[in-house]
Design a protein around this ligand. Structure first.
Ligand code: AYL
Length: 543
């Protein structure tokens, strides 16, 4: 307790050490220990890289970004790739060249991609062969001429016309490593990643994460993991997309720092996923609740098939306590952990500790992290004590400096004293375990992915027949939530729900579809200043 903050919680762990080194150096810090072991293998094609190969390829890419393309700090490189072994080469190579990386969802439509290219002002793109046409179209929409390097999934796959061969850029032949110029005036507080998140309100915004933000979070994760839960050459089926902060930090960067073997999957497909557990002997697994449900319910995926699996960690969306119990009944030799966090915090804010059995809790604060619970109707910003609910606010070395070029959003997102507002409702118990009970922000989560209502509302408003629209989430058994729209048509217009849903589906990535349906109404409930009353929406139109 203190006079300014009221009650607040500190971490049960020792403080972490801030590393103050560039992120690629941090990730490669112990690389000698496992240089000849596999760093990443593709579950579909079996192509693979050892740690030495991965590191050399990244360095070669860094050299060529600088010498061939004249890219230097503070330029931004965009990666729009499904998970594959080359993903970390592109990311860590760009970072070694002194660039920052913005990560784009590879299933985005050209329109969605073009918006992120515009916001981030990216100067170089790395994409896949199947994704190349969409990238070209996105560049056109954004009015940009950006070089596009394309990763072929094999030496025999053809390079599309106009694309640069990524394999040439990472070739270690004839590369002069001494030509690499370390970025001038670099500091570990410089931006290293620019993922996008809608935060508590509005459209997606660029989240500025620094070298120290990410390496701190990796340290925090590592300290909070039970001793035997991450061993050298543990295999991690990497099915959570690397473009999202969960896949990026928790799966890719933190595990490459520890000598794990990433078994990459470009998408979630039942047979490939089972192959990663069975043939590739997946031993630790980060997942989102729908994948846990899949594992519980799929008859082919037996305990014996997953016999190598020691640790499972779920995050990015709530999972029911009974689902955790059902999971453990089917896979009794697997430890089940949970994590909670957000893009704005690199992402981990809470993790269940060693030996946890409180399955309704998302855990305790990792090292050097503090939290307070601010009552929703508070006039001051003082934290309340155990078992009182309110908005969870956090601070720590993993928290972003802010959104890129967006002082208004930053003003809304931080309380004085650098407290990040999570927009989640929570309480902590007597032992410092936190429980997330609700989400007060407008964000919808489908399979752990962000679906910002404001984005769908903008798409709907562009429809010639629509006057006004509002979007909110309704519960969905498998995906967690589904977006539902209420729509006001223009005078004398008629439309069907299917027609509106199809219009949206054409323009957004498939998980953002109006799976929760479309309801026609006479007006959208708003407050006197014209803000949509989202609580009313949920109450009135959720049935
Ligand atoms: P973003 N339980 C309930 N809600 C959650 C949880 C959880 N375990 N984790 C995330 N959320 C919701 O930026 C919550 O509303 O980051 C939060 O504000 O896409 C929002 O999702 C943030 O969404 C891990 C593994 C953290 C994953 C993550 C979350 C990354 C998602 C720690 O170990």
């Amino acid at each position: 307790y203190n006079a300014e903050d009221g009650y607040y919680k500190t971490s049960p762990y020792d403080p972490i050490k801030i590393k103050n080194v560039p992120l690629h150096e941090y990730v490669w810090r112990d690389f000698k220990k496992w240089e000849n072991s596999t760093a990443a293998v593709c579950v579909i094609t079996d192509r693979q890289y050892t740690y030495a190969q991965l590191r050399d390829a990244s360095a070669a890419f860094a050299v060529r970004l600088q010498t061939k393309f004249k890219l230097f700090k503070p330029d931004i490189l965009a990666i729009c790739l499904p998970n594959m072994p080359e993903y970390p080469i592109a990311a860590l190579g760009a970072i070694e060249a002194g660039l920052a990386v913005t990560t784009i969802n590879p299933i985005y439509t050209p329109d969605e991609i073009s918006r992120q290219l515009t916001f981030s002002n990216a100067k170089f793109l790395v994409g896949s062969v199947p994704g190349y046409a969409a990238l070209r179209e996105a560049c056109q929409l954004a009015g940009k001429q950006i070089p596009i390097a394309v990763v072929r999934s094999s030496e025999t796959e053809l390079l599309p016309a106009g694309a640069i061969d990524f394999f040439e850029l990472i070739s270690t032949e004839n590369v002069r490593y001494d030509e690499l110029c370390p970025p001038k005036d670099a500091t570990p507080d410089d931006m290293v990643f620019l993922p996008f998140s809608s935060g508590t309100t509005g459209l997606p915004k660029g989240v500025v994460l620094s070298h120290n933000n990410i390496s701190s979070n990796c340290e925090q994760i590592e300290d909070a993991l039970p001793i035997d839960s991450l061993q050298f050459q543990d295999t991690l089926p990497a099915v959570l997309p690397f473009f999202h902060i969960y896949g990026l930090t928790v799966v890719m960067l933190s595990k490459l720092g520890k000598g794990a073997r990433l078994a990459t999957l470009p998408a979630f497909k039942p047979d490939d996923f089972i192959k990663a557990l069975d043939t590739y002997k997946g031993s630790i697994l980060n997942l989102v609740p729908p994948i846990a449900l899949f594992m519980i319910n799929h008859p082919k995926l037996t305990k014996d098939l997953a016999s190598a699996l020691r640790v499972v960690m779920s995050g990015a969306a709530p999972i029911g306590q009974n689902d955790v119990e059902r999971f453990l009944q089917k896979f009794p030799n697997t430890r089940f952990m949970q994590g909670y966090g957000m893009t704005e915090a690199s992402p981990v804010i809470l993790m269940t500790p060693e030996g946890n059995t409180r399955y309704a809790s998302t855990g305790v604060l990792p090292g050097s992290t503090e939290a307070k619970i601010v009552p929703l109707d508070a006039t001051d910003l003082k934290g309340v004590g155990a078992r009182m609910t309110g908005e969870l606010c956090v601070r720590g070395p993993q928290v972003m400096s802010g959104y890129l070029n967006n002082p208004e959003a930053n003003e809304l997102t931080f309380f004085p004293g650098k407290w990040l507002r999570t927009g989640d409702v929570a309480f902590f118990d007597e032992d410092g375990y936190f429980y997330i009970t609700d989400r007060m922000k407008e964000l919808i989560k489908v399979k752990g992915f962000q679906v910002p209502p404001a984005e769908l509302e903008a798409v709907l408003r562009d429809h010639p027949k629509i006057l006004e629209a509002a979007v909110f989430g309704i519960p969905h058994e498998l995906n967690g939530e589904a977006p539902r729209a209420i729509v006001v048509l223009r005078q004398n217009e008629t439309a069907t729900a299917e027609e509106i849903a199809a219009y949206v589906a054409e323009r957004v990535a498939h998980y953002k579809k109006l799976e929760g349906g479309v309801i026609f109404v006479d007006e959208v409930p708003k407050n006197p200043t014209g803000k949509i009353l989202r609580k009313d929406l949920k109450e009135k139109y959720s049935d």
